[in-house]
Design a protein around this ligand. Sequence first.
Ligand code: BEZ
Length: 404
Amino acid sequence: MKQIQKRSSCGGTRRRVLGVLAAALVAAGGMLTGESAQAQPQGKLKIGLMLPYTGTYAALGTAITNGFKLAIAENGGKLGGREIEYFTVDDESDPAKAPENANKLVKRDQVDVLVGTVHSGVALAMAKIARDNNTLLIIPNAGADDITGPLCAANIFRTSFSNSQMGVAMGKVMAEQTKKTAVTFTWDYAAGKESTGGFKEAFEAGGGKVVKEMFLPFPQVEFQSYLTEIAALKPDVVYVFFAGGGAVKFVKDYAAAGLNKTIPLVGPGFLTDGTLDAQGDAAQGLLTTLHYGDGLNLPKNNAFRAAYMKTYATAPDVYAVGGYDAAQLLIVGMNAVKGDTSKRAELVKAMEGAKIDSPRGPLALNKGHNPIHDIYLRKVEGKENKVVSVAVKNLTDPPRGCKL
Ligand code: BEZ
């Protein structure tokens, strides 16, 4: 107090000079801050990749990562002019560990954008954390219907599909082929239930009947007793949802039981995408529905497949496409705000209106931020899922209570 009194008793001239100096310093500081802010808006953009790198969906997580990074590389390695720093977590496709894993990225690493995941149960937990923390989340695979339905949010986007879409498409195709009875079989979690549920809805609307719905816990692969039951039921067709390592085993077991000779096996394209090398002869001729196919003769797909092959020395699959398009969507948003993620409303608006040239064909988003796209009917020929026809054009989800 004494000191202050002493200073304030200093002469007027000295005080004015000091004041001018201080003002000049503040102004110079402001200019410097302004200049550096222009040169480098907000430092590196932190992206959290939460994906499975172990377990039955490990290959899917790797393909998504590859696809995402390929699109970023094609964009000069930056987003909205900003360098990128990746933070990666292996979610093991384990919903029980999902809140802790997502919080590592959101709270500990403070990522600007969360990208993930494959497994619907894990994605549902990620969506909750993204909503609670208002973190931007882009889902490159997991199809849980509710995420873009009743649980939709301004900060949550999906570039893949919703689970029921492929089931609906195949149910329609099988009813058109005048199949009368079907058995469905899947893992007992959101993806399987919604996929087989979509099949049942469309198949029965077309005049068919699902005579039995069978489930086993994820990620079990002891299929034998279920195959025995299918053989006894003798339906006209069997629709299953399995993916990754589980899909490889199921298709092989189905053929080994001789069922591929008597009862057609169909499913969403996850049954045969990224799995054909391992499934070999057992997969030949299988019909599946998906928003992607290997031989799609589109300029974007041809360029994407060539670049992916060159970079990773392996062919891309639907998971790589999901990752690639997640980055394409983010590029649109980040360009619109020139890298300034604090302009969230502008960023979201740009992503909502994005018209993406996807390897699958044109991709737009509905009100719940879920893809509107064509669903193809494909047939396995050799090592390819060849596109036979468009099963459903411009498929979009029915409104499921999304309030956006
Ligand atoms: C899912 O859990 O949503 C899912 C997993 C693998 C392939 C497709 C969907």
